[in-house]
Every structure is written in structure tokens, then in C-alpha cells.
Design a protein around this ligand. Structure first.
Ligand SMILES: [Zn+2]
Length: 429
């Protein structure tokens, strides 16, 4: 691992010096290179291996903001020039596999999961790197590097299934908009109209929620009516199994309300021809639950009365990298989910190790740190103990927030959401 540190230093050097000079047209075509890769390992280690590369016909991501300086997530994809010197594209993301590594099961089993990322399609030979964050020091280390020849015969350039794609709203050129894509899960072909109506309903609930309400025109919304053989979803803890397009289910890591799918390949296959900055998978059931991982996907259910807020909460995770601010609920992670000796990467929690990098500049003057939950402080931004599944050692910005108990987003979460909208719409962030 020692040699990897020099790469990190190189990365930081490159990142701080030259990314402003990257011109999209010099390096990329407005298409995507999709890279599917396996992450395998357990609680102790992980490794990455290539599964397939595909050329896909659209690029909906930014064309100016090519370098992601949020440093959110457990992973980064970096593209360098052929010599490996100039960073020309980067983006952070998280995976469900990374969460699984925090579970009890990962102490006893080694597993391999498919993941997938898309980058703008390079015009010339480049080097692609996937890095993973080591929770012991929170730094990124190389998991995989690939020399990419854009003319290679090993890149699949074929079409995939053309699903029915509806434009729920179109506000302009995808590169300068957030392209939010709803994908149907557990809807049969006969339920296509229901799916489109459901997607429209939840898009509306998002745009009625501050701060998204101020930025409605920055979003395009698409709906991919992927048809499933059966209606509904798996509830494995109750012996219910449905044949559905994305293999979603409850009881993720044994938690009854935690609804996810590990099937990233099917998700990416569903959006191969749609501009895509953010994915929301809509599961056709009335049960309560959902899930969301940063720059991966969010998932929620169509017919539960609480879904409009669950949807916004899960989207907070997947879109803006927000952490859960609650600390008294059943989760599957052991206490190692956050390393209390280090500052977590999520913008809305802190261990106070490096609070200056978080929301110190949003605190009213003379706010005590940590902040007591008394009448003077409790409705203002502060540093309140409890968050990130732990009652002690992790702090949240407000007593109540969408990321704790479906209250309005706190000012810290709102700022993070707005910054991400700016990033994805090529504005300064
Ligand atoms: Zn918050």
C-alpha cells in the first residue's frame, strides 16, 4: 500500500493545478463509456476487476465541471491522459457493496458484486483509475487502472433493449440540466401508465420541497418503463419472491424496511440510451421502505402514504451525499460504520475532528460547540450530538431535518443539495 500514497499525492497535485484547463471537446465525445466492474472482498479488504466496457450513445453529465472536488463517497473514478499525468475527469460515488462491508456477514464471508460507472467517452487513449477509500485513514487508494483505447474491439458498441422512455419534463440540453431518471421496478407491461403517473407524482413532490422548489428549471425528468414479469417486489424475510426486472427486495442486510437491489448491471442496461445524472428506482408496492447511496441510485415505493417524504430523504443520500442524521433506529452496521477518529466525508455530520471543513461558517455567532439542545439554540444551526446511527461521538447540524425525521432540510443539507445542482448544471459550485 505504501506506493499508492505517491499516486494520491500526484492526484492532489494534479487536481489543484490543472483541472480548470480541461476542455471537454479536446478529450471527449458526447457519448458515454460505461465500465462495469466487480468489487469483491470482505470487511478487511476489497479489490476491483473489469467486467465489460460499453460505448453508449448519450452523455448527460457536466461538460465544464469535469473534475469533482466534493470528495464524497467511498470511491472515485479518475480519467487521466495517456501518460497518467493530467487528470481530465473525476467523479465520486458510493456502492451498496461498501455498506455491506460494514455488516456482520462481511466478517465471515467474501463476496463479489457488480458495479458500474459511466464517464464521458474519450477521444484518445486515456488511463482510467478506480480508487477506494480506506476507512482507517479516509484516503483513496488505487483499486484498478485500465489503459483505454477508444477504438478497441473490446468495447461493446451494441444496442440494448429499447424501453419506453417518457420525458416527464424537459427544460433543456442535458449537459446543463440535472437529468433525473425514474426506472420502473415490479411494474408489469400492463402497469406502464401507472408507472408514468407515479413518477410524475414523485417528481412533483421533490419540486415542492425546499430547496429543490427554487431550482425546478434545472431538472429534466425521464421515466424508463422497464417491464417486469410480476408485480411487486421481494420480501425475503416473509418468503415473498417476485420475478422483476431489477431484482429489488426488502431485508437488505437483514433489515426489514431496507429496500435495495445489488443488480447494477440491469440498472445501467435500463438507462443505456437516456441522459442520466441521478437514478430513482420506483418499486411498485405499498410497503414502507427505501434506500439510497451517493451517486449510485435511490429507491422507494409507489403506494405507501409516506413515500413522498421517503423519496426526498433517499434522494438526499443518492443525490447530495447526505448522511442519515438519526441515531436510534435499527441498522445492520456494526459500530465501525463511521470511524470516530476521522472526519466522515458526508457534508451533514461531523466527528469534530475537522469541523472547519463542514458547516462552521453557517453557525450563528457564539454558538457553543457542541451545542446544547436548550431553548436558545435548538431551532438554530448548531452542532448537536447524535447522528449517523450513533447517539455519541457524531454530531448533526439541527435537531430536526429531512435526514433525521422528514422535517424540512436543515440549512447544511440545503446548501449541499444546491451545490450539487450547481455542479451538475455546469455552474460554479
Ligand atoms: Zn440536515
Amino acid at each position: 500500500m505504501k506506493t499508492k500514497k505517491s499516486l494520491l499525492i500526484l492526484f492532489l497535485f494534479v487536481a489543484s493545478n490543472s483541472y480548470a484547463q480541461v476542455q471537454f471537446g479536446d478529450w471527449f465525445e458526447k457519448k458515454s463509456l460505461r465500465v462495469d466492474f466487480a468489487l469483491s472482498g470482505n470487511s478487511e479488504y476489497q479489490q476491483a476487476a473489469l467486467q465489460q466496457m460499453r460505448e453508449e450513445p448519450v452523455w448527460g453529465g457536466p461538460v465544464k465541471n469535469l473534475i469533482d472536488t466534493f470528495y464524497y463517497g467511498g470511491y472515485y473514478v479518475n480519467l487521466y491522459d495517456k501518460a497518467g499525468k493530467q487528470l481530465i475527469y473525476s467523479r465520486g460515488f458510493n456502492t451498496l457493496f461498501e455498506e455491506w462491508r460494514s455488516t456482520e456477514q462481511a466478517k465471515n464471508e467474501t463476496q463479489s458484486w457488480t458495479n458500474s460507472i459511466s464517464v464521458p467517452f474519450p477521444k484518445k487513449e486515456t488511463v482510467l483509475e478506480i480508487t477506494g477509500r480506506d476507512r482507517s485513514d479516509m484516503q483513496f487508494y488505487t483499486l484498478m487502472t485500465l489503459d483505454i483505447d477508444p477504438s478497441s474491439i473490446f468495447i461493446d458498441r451494441g444496442k440494448l433493449k429499447e424501453n419506453a422512455v417518457t420525458q416527464i419534463r424537459y427544460k433543456g440540453e442535458p449537459a446543463s440540466k440535472v437529468d433525473l431518471v425514474f426506472i420502473a421496478e415490479g411494474y408489469t407491461a400492463e402497469e406502464e401508465k401507472k408507472f408514468e403517473a407515479d413518477a410524475g407524482k414523485f417528481a412533483e413532490s421533490l419540486f415542492n420541497t425546499p430547496p429543490f422548489d427554487t431550482r425546478r428549471d434545472d431538472f429534466n425528468v425521464w421515466a424508463v418503463a422497464l417491464a417486469s414479469e410480476e408485480s411487486g417486489t421481494d420480501v425475503s424475510g416473509k418468503g415473498v419472491f417476485k420475478n422483476t426486472a431489477l431484482n429489488a427486495g426488502y431485508y437488505t442486510f437483514g433489515v426489514s424496511r431496507y429496500l435495495t437491489t445489488p443488480d447494477m448491471k440491469s440498472i445501467r442496461d435500463a438507462v443505456w440510451n437516456v441522459p442520466c445524472d441521478a437514478i430513482f428506482i420506483l418499486v411498485n408496492t405499498d410497503m414502507y421502505g427505501g434506500g439510497g447511496m451517493y451517486n449510485f441510485y435511490a429507491m422507494g415505493t409507489s403506494d405507501n402514504a409516506r413515500t413522498p417524504v421517503v423519496f426526498v430523504h433517499e434522494f438526499g443520500h443518492s443525490f447530495a451525499g447526505l448522511a442519515d442524521e438519526y441515531f436510534s433506529s435499527e441498522v445492520a452496521y456494526d459500530e465501525a460504520f463511521y470511524n470516530l477518529e476521522k472526519e466522515p466525508w458526508e457534508p451533514n455530520i461531523t466527528t469534530l475532528i475537522d469541523f472547519g471543513s463542514k458547516w462552521k461558517n453557517l453557525l450563528p455567532a457564539n454558538t457553543p460547540i457542541p451545542t446544547p439542545l436548550n431553548d436558545t439554540c435548538k431551532d438554530k444551526p448548531g452542532v448537536y450530538e447524535g447522528g449517523g446511527y450513533l447517539p455519541k461521538g457524531i454530531y448533526r447540524p439541527m435537531d430536526h431535518c429531512m435526514m433525521r425525521d422528514f422535517a424540512p432540510f436543515c440549512p447544511v443539507c440545503s446548501r449541499a443539495v444546491l451545490r450539487m445542482i450547481n455542479f451538475l448544471t455546469d455552474k460554479s459550485y
